[in-house]
Design a protein around this ligand. Structure first.
Ligand SMILES: Nc1ncnc2c1ncn2[C@@H]1O[C@H](COP(=O)(O)OP(=O)(O)O)[C@@H](O)[C@H]1O
Ligand SMILES: [Mg+2]
Length: 309
């Protein structure tokens, strides 16, 4: 597992990262979200052992990023936010080169290269020159290069930036697959929707501070002050709105057209079930009754505008 403890980084007076702590387990895909300058790259570079923390530390499967950086490096694949490829190499030569750097024994390299090419869907490009690949393919090749030594953790700094929607979708699928393979994946972005649908864990960083982190559902639950319930019925929508507004713990009711109402509700699940039962008892013909989940975007905005402490 990865255990990050009170990680801090100061740049001559500027506190770029301030006491960041979180834990991740194999299979966790952690969306590290924050606007530009929030401290994502600085945090990731410390975890990649490329930058000394001012204080605090982190351990990956027991290896400490400061005391045992070489062991940590063996266990991670790091994809920086800007990367250069070596133009005059073919795809397989490029991967062979990195397999060499990571000390993959020569006998094992052909198999390793086949595996990472297949995983990143680049098998047909094995003989192509790196510079002839599309941007999306180059990004996947860079990820393939991070996988040749079968690392336990991947650090992907804004991997989706500059990709078209199709390439982005392919990258998402690949990252989700890495999670299913049991790797820890940290993937940063300043664009929330890029991450929302395939991470099981998120962290929201702002001005160097991790404002919240944890499983996606839990974070949404914590931030959502009250429930929002949508009710649809065959007829008498406005009447139902009037009726529901008198029930306990109902804070506000908004009619939506003639068939739908939306209510803000501060009660518990028991009370929620009671609302439905009461409506039905009173002869309303309900066709849909559902709690509307706040999404990560709501959470992000509430947190970063200081609406929640
Ligand atoms: N080498 C550096 N020297 C001084 N300040 C830096 C350096 N690198 C980053 N910073 C500052 O630290 C803060 C965090 O930057 P960074 O980690 O790159 O954020 P992000 O990746 O979230 O955009 C920013 O205010 C940035 O200007
Ligand atoms: Mg960055």
């Amino acid at each position: 597992m990865l255990d990050v403890k009170q990680l801090c980084k100061d740049y001559s007076g500027l506190q770029a990262v301030q006491g960041v702590s979180f834990q991740l387990h194999p299979g966790d895909v952690f969306g590290f979200i924050g606007s530009n300058g929030a401290g994502k790259t600085t945090t990731i570079r410390m975890l990649a052992t490329l930058l000394e923390p001012t204080s605090g530390t982190a351990t990956l499967n027991g290896a400490d990023i400061q005391r045992d950086p070489m062991e940590v490096r063996r266990q991670i694949g790091y994809m920086p936010d800007f990367f250069g490829l070596y133009d005059d190499l073919k795809v397989w030569e490029y991967l062979d080169f990195f397999a060499g750097i990571y000390r993959v024994p020569p006998r094992e390299r052909p198999q390793v290269i086949d595996n990472v090419l297949e995983l990143t869907d680049l098998t047909v490009k094995r003989q192509a020159y790196v510079q002839t690949l599309s941007r999306g393919m180059q990004q996947r090749l860079c990820l393939a290069r991070c996988l040749v030594h079968d690392p336990a953790m991947l650090l992907l700094d804004e991997p989706a930036s500059g990709l078209d929607p199709r390439a982005r979708a392919e990258l998402k699928e690949l990252i989700a697959e890495l999670g299913r393979m049991g790797k820890i994946v940290i993937v940063s972005s300043h664009i929330l929707p890029e991450l929302a649908d395939f991470c099981n864990t998120v962290g929201i960083i702002e001005r160097g501070e991790l404002l919240a982190w944890g499983p996606v559902d839990t974070i949404i639950r914590q931030i959502q002050a009250h429930r929002s319930i949508m009710i649809r019925m065959l007829e008498r929508g406005p009447e139902a709105a009037e009726f529901v507004s008198r029930l306990p713990s109902v804070l506000a009711v908004t009619p939506r057209g003639s068939h739908e109402i939306q209510i803000e509700y501060a009660g518990d699940l028991e009370g929620q079930a009671e609302i439905l039962a009461t409506l039905v008892r009173d002869g309303y013909r309900v066709t849909d009754f559902r709690e509307e989940q706040a999404d990560l975007e709501d959470v992000f905005l509430r947190l970063t505008t200081g609406a929640v402490q």
